[in-house]
Design a protein. Structure first.
Length: 84
């Protein structure tokens, strides 16, 4: 399944994750990124990785037109430390 979200030009990776869900922005760790042109050229994610075009980007990455993301994030369950 593939889905697409519109993101404003100049947005950073955590803001793009926030377009999907606010928890993804709050707990953002990194964005694994593939350019659409690279996916089209190499035919698969495995092909893109083999060609060395699979990128891991942090909070300061500026989203480019055609980026395909796999966001990694972590939001603590309950949001508070457990009481003893």
């Amino acid at each position: 399944e593939v889905r697409a979200w519109s993101v404003r030009r100049g947005s950073k990776a955590p803001e793009a994750a926030g377009e999907i869900h606010s928890d993804m922005q709050r707990g953002f760790i990194m964005a694994e990124t593939i350019a659409y042109a690279d996916l089209k050229e190499h035919g698969s994610v495995a092909g893109v990785k083999a060609a060395g075009k699979y990128k891991m980007n942090g909070r300061e990455y500026l989203v480019q037109d055609g980026d395909i993301f796999h966001f990694k994030f972590n939001v603590a369950a309950g949001g508070k430390a457990a009481k003893k």
